[in-house]
Design a protein around this ligand. Structure first.
Ligand SMILES: Nc1ncnc2c1ncn2[C@@H]1O[C@H](COP(=O)(O)OP(=O)(O)O)[C@@H](O)[C@H]1O
Ligand SMILES: O=C(OP(=O)(O)O)[C@H](O)COP(=O)(O)O
Length: 405
């Protein structure tokens, strides 16, 4: 088990810069409460109770997406979880942010604006490059310590995650500690029988990128979400193409993953279950197409078909371990929830070890009245947890370990 310093190792009355992952679903412009807030509340509440001056950084969405919004609402939601006011400043490292940081009293908490609104945050670059940005160079001198609590973003080499550990003494928050321990223990565990992974969601690149490595430990991949559309495209079906100019869901991910998808279909075809058909909206009602009927130019496909749900069900129920990363459909809309809810219910009812991961996907448990206790581990991390399953290091974690040595 890697060792890093934690908030137990902090000196008294520090000025601390804390990276959280508050990346949340956004509906009609409103950030939705989810377990990322309740989990990070433990770290933030503890730091404030200890009398540190606490400044929080987090990201929301990706530039160009409708989830790319300000963090002003996040301050209120997090504040309710710790029953304490969280101040917000709509600035990251400009004068307004520096003034607000300077004015903080012991035990007070301030949230900075969405880190991805700074050009220095993205793209992914080496820690040394990120540490040299104006973002890190301006903020770091305002603090005594940097705390990374964002395990679920630790697979990204962004300035707020990999730049600050080179510029400040670096520590792990409570969520970082518990997620790291749980996910590393799971990655090291051997399972005797059938091991199944359900792969869905919108971030196909994160899941397809690790499928080749995971193919050694996973017996069957059941595909849904955007990844399944790209695999169906590779298999010659008419799906997996962008049809909205403003939403790049498919074509870039296709370009980045086509080779791996074709290789997986070639070399691991017997391990991969693809949808028999997909569901779309027709006059407000759910309608379905078989693979042969798919028609990408005229329809958005929002869920796997009922026949696919029935096909995946026995695979799940005959498993000794099941991993879910990414929803199999747009479960937030009831008419497209059959794929995700069918899979999650089958996991809950099966006597198997299970992990449900992802900030969005894990919400399906509460939304559809299931009990978290019926799952082995519900992770607030998606991409980071499946990367951890491969045994690869996460850059954000690696830097905490380096800092401790
Ligand atoms: N066919 C689809 N079309 C559009 N969105 C989809 C589709 N299938 C699943 N999704 C969406 O994927 C989201 C989860 O994606 P992702 O961010 O990759 O996973 P997580 O945040 O759980 O790690 C869900 O909110 C769901 O609405
Ligand atoms: O929500 C996240 O990851 P997840 O969707 O894999 O759980 C993290 O906040 C990372 O966000 P990103 O995938 O936009 O870099």
């Amino acid at each position: 088990m890697a060792s890093f310093n934690t908030i137990d190792d902090l000196d008294d009355a520090q000025r601390v810069l804390v990276r959280l992952d508050l990346n949340s679903p956004v509906e009609d412009g409103e950030a939705q409460d989810n377990r990322r807030f309740s989990r990070h509340a433990e770290t933030v509440g503890e730091l404030a109770d200890e009398g540190h001056r606490v400044v929080l950084m987090a990201h929301q969405g990706r530039p160009g997406r409708d989830t790319f919004v300000s963090l002003d609402q996040h301050a209120g939601i997090l504040g309710e979880h710790i029953d304490r006011e969280i101040q917000f400043v709509d600035d990251i490292y400009g004068d307004d942010a520096l003034d607000a940081i300077e004015a903080l009293e012991p035990g007070e908490v301030l949230l900075l604006e969405n880190t991805r609104m700074s050009d220095d945050e993205l793209p992914e670059e080496a820690p040394e490059v990120k540490a040299d940005t104006e973002f890190v160079q301006t903020l770091a001198p305002q603090f005594d310590a940097y705390i990374n609590d964002a395990y679920s973003a630790a697979h990204r080499k962004h300035a707020s995650l990999v730049g600050f550990p080179l510029a400040l003494p670096a520590f792990a928050g409570r969520v970082m500690e518990t997620e790291y321990e749980a996910n590393t223990a799971i990655a090291n565990r051997e399972f005797d029988g059938q091991v199944t992974m359900l792969v869905g969601g919108t971030k196909a690149t994160d899941v397809i990128g690790v499928m080749e490595t995971l193919g050694e430990k996973i017996d069957t991949f059941c595909l849904g979400g955007i990844a399944s559309h790209l695999f169906l495209r590779a298999a010659g079906y008419d799906v997996g193409y962008d049809r909205h100019e403003d939403l790049d869901l498919y074509d870039t991910q296709w370009a980045n993953n086509e080779d791996v998808i074709r290789r997986l279909l070639d070399e691991r075809r017997d391990q991969i279950e693809l949808p028999e058909g997909l569901a779309y909206e027709d006059d407000g009602e759910r309608a379905e197409h078989t693979r042969e009927q798919l028609d990408a130019a005229n329809h958005d496909y929002m869920d796997i078909s009922e026949e696919t749900v029935e096909k995946y069900d026995p695979t799940i129920r005959n498993s000794d371990a099941v991993f879910l990363k990414g929803a199999l459909g747009v479960f937030e809309e009831e008419q497209f929830s059959a794929g995700t809810v069918g899979a999650v219910k089958a996991i809950a009812e099966t006597d198997c070890f299970s992990v449900v991961g992802g900030g969005d996907t894990s919400r399906s448990i509460e939304m559809y009245g299931m009990d978290e206790a019926d799952f082995g581990h519900v992770s607030i991390a998606g991409g980071a947890y499946i990367r951890a399953l491969t045994g690869d290091d996460l850059p954000g974690v690696e830097l905490l370990v380096d800092a401790a040595n």
